[in-house]
Ligand binder design. Structure first.
Ligand SMILES: Nc1ncnc2c1ncn2[C@@H]1O[C@H](COP(=O)(O)OP(=O)(O)OP(=O)(O)O)[C@@H](O)[C@H]1O
Length: 327
């Protein structure tokens, strides 16, 4: 069992309370991703779970055991950071075997575990290379492999892909998705800025806002039924259109839910972003912000066009003046 239970957790740095009354239940084998704006406390929460930071209040349990005062090395966790910090003078094989060697594990067991991790991460051809002879994505896979070899109950990732270029990010993200399938018992907690990583990898996403949990749900739940304006504006790229009424309530419409060409509303195309498979048209509808409309290539309007538009009423998200969902 490697479930994680966080109860009324608080974390202060001096007088500043960075995490405020966090409650979370992460199930054994679940892949949970923390997202939220810069400075909201994602990394701090992950570091509290890992034991790299002491918590200031509340309780933290891993596998049914309270670990508030258990050091990081005794929590059965492995952590992968954005900087992979491999030993440069050791081969890939030696880097991956190192922690088991320190524990004086039998040589044959080390070989089997390293070979198994290398297979899971497609690293077998590189076992005799040195880190300098690898790409960034391969190095990050070695860092992940080094963690797998330790056979942790819980895997913690702190923005593991953020130092990689776009193509490597995609490739390494797929490796992590495959890793998750091959380690169904291992609980994984992952911090990212990247919406695509969160939406594609997570069983559940935790949205943090200024040190509090704003909403927890599957990617689909967060996308389809954001419970607050904050989550509505945070999840989804491009952002949901949020139209404020005079009474303080807000109507939210996703860019892909707007249909151009007919309907009771009208706007003038202010500019268009062409992305290949689709385009975003930005309409001036007399509000502070332009209305974003996602279009497939064949339907792209031109700048200056006055267009009619409509949206299905069942796709509209409504929020009260306090920013809470009402429909
Ligand atoms: N060791 C520390 N001492 C004092 N303040 C800290 C310390 N570590 C983090 N903080 C503060 O705690 C808050 C949360 O930081 P944290 O790194 O957890 O945010 P984050 O959500 O991971 O942000 P980012 O997305 O920018 O990495 C920030 O305001 C940060 O300045």
């Amino acid at each position: 069992m490697s479930d994680i239970k966080v109860t009324n957790l608080r974390k202060n740095f001096g007088a500043v309370e960075v995490l405020k009354d966090i409650n979370l239940d992460i199930r054994s084998g679940e892949f949970v991703i923390f997202v939220g704006p810069s400075g909201c406390g994602k990394s701090t929460l992950l570091r509290c779970i890992s034991g790299l930071e002491r918590i200031s209040g509340g309780a933290l349990e891993i596998g049914g055991r309270v670990v508030n005062n258990v050091p990081a090395s005794k929590r059965g966790i492995a952590m992968v950071f954005q900087s992979y910090a491999l030993y440069p003078h050791m081969s890939v094989r030696e880097n991956m075997a190192y922690s088991m060697k320190l524990r004086r594990a039998p040589k044959t067991e080390i070989e089997v575990r390293v070979a198994d991790a290398a297979r899971k991460l497609q690293l077998a051809p590189y076992l005799d290379r040195y880190p300098r002879e690898l790409s960034g994505g391969q190095r990050q896979r070695v860092a992940i492999g080094r963690a797998i070899v330790r056979d942790p109950q819980v895997f913690l990732f702190d923005e593991p892909l953020s130092n990689l270029d776009a193509a490597l990010r995609v490739a390494t993200r797929l490796e992590i998705a495959r890793l998750k399938e091959s380690l169904p018992q291992t609980t994984m907690v992952y911090v990212t800025h990247d919406q695509v990583e969160a939406m594609t990898l997570a069983d559940r996403i935790v949205v943090l806002n200024a040190g509090r949990v704003e909403q927890v749900g599957t990617p689909e739940e967060l996308y389809e039924r954001p419970q607050s304006l904050f989550v509505a504006g945070f999840i989804g790229s491009p952002k949901m259109n949020l139209l404020k009424a005079e009474d303080g309530t807000t109507t939210g419409i996703r860019p892909e839910d707007i249909n151009l060409g007919s309907g009771p509303h009208r706007g003038k195309v202010a500019y268009v972003e062409y992305l290949g498979a689709d385009s975003y048209a930005f309409l001036d509808i007399g509000q502070d912000e332009l209305l974003t409309v996602r279009q497939t290539r064949s339907e792209t309007p031109q700048v200056g066009d006055v267009v009619s538009y409509d949206y299905p009423v069942e796709r509209v998200h409504r929020f009260d003046a306090q920013g809470m969902r009402v429909n």
